[in-house]
Design a protein around this ligand. Structure first.
Ligand code: NDP
Length: 280
């Protein structure tokens, strides 16, 4: 058997068109485009690069980006106050708090001040919460890749390897919402191989390149690899891709699997928040 390779760029192309149409519709409905506020503390290179990439995304999709930049010299209390203040603005639909923060500031403590109703990146996500449909974008992208296989998820056994709050746990929650029977594995799981072998749907989200051996995979399984770790200068996934090709039914590559879909899920979250904030 040779797996169907699920190319994230193809999946992204389709979603991009849908989102562009939805943003245009939402903009017509409200009379103004959705607004995302990028909240940055300090000048960390990664935060600035992410800010630039989101700004490019906004040009492409037609939503508005506003930058709110704060000095690392301000106290953590002042920064939290500033975040609450912008979160209270009616013209701001969603807020993305850029990381990392400068030393002396705690990113996680700060984002706790962000109301769920403005949380564009799902940083306030908690498993099982049903009020807001916003999840961390990488987990949403994992679910999109599973759905791109066109399999019937309901009733299948999904195994998620990794339990971080930004990938593994929310991916497990989304699979549960689609009525899969879900097992979550982690670094203390005994006999990982046995769990993987029972997975109709396998999600790998560990950042341990090649952890999942091809021979472990159930023949025909849908395998989504969220892991992306640079090895010898090239990105590598958690699943041994070449060996997995021989057993899986569907398999995402690294790169060009989950990665291209992830930023689009931020746009989807902004739309969700925008619709919620205007009472629709
Ligand atoms: P974390 O380090 O936060 O979490 C890793 C998880 O993997 C933990 O739950 C850990 O278990 C588990 N784990 C580690 N080693 C093993 C092992 N040997 N067996 C089973 N489970 C193990 O990573 P993230 O969730 O932030 O990221 C995971 C991967 O996803 C990374 O490669 C990251 O680069 C990638 N990523 C990809 C994105 C994309 O858009 N494609 C975006 C964000 C992340 P425990 O909890 O016990 O420590």
């Amino acid at each position: 058997m040779s797996a169907v390779v699920l190319n994230g760029k193809d999946v992204a192309r389709k979603i991009r068109q849908e989102l562009q149409d939805e943003i245009a519709t939402e903009t017509r409905r409200r009379g103004i485009p959705p607004k995302l506020l990028l909240f940055r503390v300090g000048e960390a290179e990664d935060a600035c690069l992410y800010e630039q990439s989101i700004t490019r995304l906004s040009d492409r999709f037609g939503f508005v980006v506003e930058k709110s930049v704060h000095s690392g010299a301000d106290s953590p209390g002042q920064i939290r106050f500033n975040l609450k203040e912008v979160a209270g603005r009616a013209d701001v639909d969603g807020i993305l708090v850029l990381s990392p923060f400068p030393s002396g500031h705690d990113y996680h403590e700060c984002v706790r001040s962000l109301p769920v109703s403005k949380d564009a990146e799902g940083t306030r996500y908690s498993p099982g919460a049903a009020t807001v449909e916003v999840y961390p974008p990488t987990a949403m992208a994992v679910m999109e890749m599973v759905l791109a296989s066109n399999i019937q998820v309901e009733g299948l056994h999904a195994v998620v390897v990794g339990r971080s709050p930004i990938v593994g746990r929310p991916a497990a929650d989304l699979l549960l919402k689609h009525n899969a029977t879900v097992t979550v594995c982690h670094s203390r799981t005994r006999n990982l191989e046995d769990f993987v072998a029972s997975a109709d749907i396998l999600v790998a989200a560990t950042g341990k390149p090649g952890l999942i051996k091809g021979a472990w995979i159930k023949p025909g399984a849908v395998c989504v690899d969220a892991g992306e770790t640079v090895v010898n200068g090239a990105p590598a996934g958690d699943i041994d891709f070449n060996a997995a090709l021989e057993r899986a039914g569907f398999l995402t590559p690294v790169p060009s699997g989950v990665g291209p879909v992830t930023p689009l899920m931020l746009v989807r979250n902004l739309l969700t928040l925008s619709r919620g904030s205007s009472g629709s």
